[in-house]
Design a protein. Structure first.
Ligand code: TRP
Length: 342
C-alpha cells in the first residue's frame, strides 16, 4: 500500500486555512492509503514557543485531526518529538543537503526576514527535518498546501543525492499531492495576504473553534468590494479564475473560493448560484455554510480539550506504531552510511 505522511505545526490559532488547505484533505486519503499524520513539534521550536503553550497546542492539533474525522485506528496520529528517528535522520540529511539548496528556500527568507543573522539554525535546517519526517517512513505521497511545494522538491533532491552518494536505490522519490480548491485561504481583511495565525487582527481569520456568532460576525465584517458578485463567464477553459481577474478583486474571489471549498463544489457552480448577488446576501450564505461545516468540528475539539487524557492516549499509541516503522528504516540507513553498531 502507498504511504502518506503529512504534518501540521502546533503553533496555535488553527484556522480555516489549516483546515481547508491541509487537515480536511487528510480525511478521505485514509480510505486509500496507509496514512501517518504528525504534529510537528520539533519544527515548531524553530521559532520560540512557550513550553506550556506548546503542550496545549500539540494537543489542539491532535484534537483537530480527530475532530475532522481522521480515524486513529486506521491512521497513525502522533507528535514528532516522540519518535527519535526524525531528529536522527535529520542530522544525516543535514550532511547531505547543500547550503546552496537551503539558501533558495523562500519560507526561510520570509520567516527570517531582515534579521537573518538572528534566526535559529533550526529554522534554516527546517527542510532537512521535513525530509526526514517523510523519508523515515519511506512515504511516497505527501499532501500539502501550495506553500510547501518547494520543501517537497528539496526532499526529492535529498533522497536522490543520498541514493547517488551511497550508490543505493534506497529512498523513494515522493509525489506531492496538492489538494482542494482553496489550498490558499487568504486573510478576511486583506485578500492579498495569506490567512495567518500571527495576524494581529482576530477578524482576519476564522479559527477551527470559533462559535456560530464569531463566524457570522467575522464574515459580516470581512473586506469586500463595491461591485456585485461575478458570474461563471469569468472562468477560463479549465474552470479556474484567471490570475489577472482574481488580482483585480482579491477579497471577492477569496470568499468565493472559501465557499466552494466548504460546499465541496466547483467554482463554476458557486458563481452560477451567486452571479449578480450583493455581498450581504452571499456573506449570509457563506456564514451559514461555515457554521454547518465547522460547528461540529469545533464542538468536538472543545470536548477533547476537556479530556486531555484521551488525546494523550492516541498520541502515545501513534508514536509506538510510528517507531515500529521508522526504527528499522533508520537502522538500514545507519548501515548504508557506515555507522558501526557492534
Ligand atoms: N512544513 C509543513 C508546514 O508548515 C509542516 C510539515 C513538517 C510537513 N513536516 C512535514 C508537511 C512533512 C508534510 C510532510 O505546513
Amino acid at each position: 500500500m502507498k504511504r502518506i505522511f503529512s504534518g501540521v505545526q502546533p503553533t496555535g490559532n488553527l484556522h480555516l486555512g489549516n483546515y481547508l488547505g491541509a487537515i480536511r484533505n487528510f480525511v478521505p486519503l485514509q480510505d486509500e492509503y496507509d496514512c501517518i499524520y504528525c504534529v510537528v513539534d520539533l519544527h515548531a521550536i524553530t521559532v520560540w514557543q512557550d513550553p506550556a503553550v506548546l503542550k496545549a497546542n500539540t494537543r489542539e492539533v491532535a484534537a483537530a485531526y480527530l475532530a475532522a474525522g481522521i480515524d486513529p485506528k486506521r491512521c497513525i496520529i502522533f507528535n514528532q518529538s516522540q519518535v527519535a528517528a526524525h531528529a536522527e535522520l535529520a542530522w544525516i540529511f543535514n550532511c547531505v543537503a547543500r547550503l546552496g539548496w537551503l539558501n533558495r528556500m523562500t519560507q526561510f527568507k520570509e520567516k527570517a526576514g531582515k534579521h537573518r543573522e538572528n534566526a535559529s539554525v533550526g529554522l534554516y535546517a527546517y527542510p532537512s527535518l521535513m525530509a526526514a519526517d517523510i523519508l523515515a517512513y519511506k512515504a511516497t505521497h505527501v499532501p500539502v498546501g501550495e506553500d510547501q511545494k518547494q520543501h517537497l522538491e528539496l526532499t526529492r533532491d535529498i533522497a536522490q543525492k543520498f541514493n547517488s552518494d551511497f550508490g543505493v536505490a534506497y529512498f523513494p522519490l515522493l509525489e506531492p499531492l496538492i489538494l482542494g480548491t482553496a489550498t490558499r485561504v487568504m486573510s478576511l481583511r486583506d485578500g492579498t495576504k495569506k490567512m495567518s495565525k500571527s495576524d494581529p487582527s482576530d477578524y482576519s481569520r476564522i479559527t477551527m473553534t470559533d462559535d456560530a456568532d464569531a463566524i457570522a460576525k467575522k464574515f459580516r465584517k470581512a473586506t469586500s468590494d463595491a461591485e456585485l458578485l461575478p458570474g461563471p463567464e469569468v472562468l477560463d477553459d479549465s474552470g479556474a479564475v484567471p490570475e489577472a481577474i482574481r488580482q483585480a478583486r482579491p477579497e471577492a474571489y477569496n470568499l468565493l473560493a472559501i465557499y466552494a471549498a466548504l460546499a465541496d463544489k466547483p467554482m463554476a457552480d458557486v458563481l452560477t448560484e451567486f452571479a449578480g448577488a450583493q455581498f450581504s446576501k452571499f456573506k449570509g450564505a457563506l456564514s451559514d455554510l461555515a457554521v454547518a461545516r465547522l460547528g461540529p468540528i469545533g464542538a468536538e475539539m472543545k470536548r477533547l480539550s476537556d479530556d486531555p487524557g484521551a488525546v494523550d492516549a492516541v498520541l502515545r499509541d501513534g508514536a509506538q506504531r510510528a517507531r515500529a516503522i521508522a526504527e528499522p528504516i533508520l537502522a538500514e540507513v545507519y548501515d548504508i552510511v557506515g555507522f558501526l553498531r557492534p
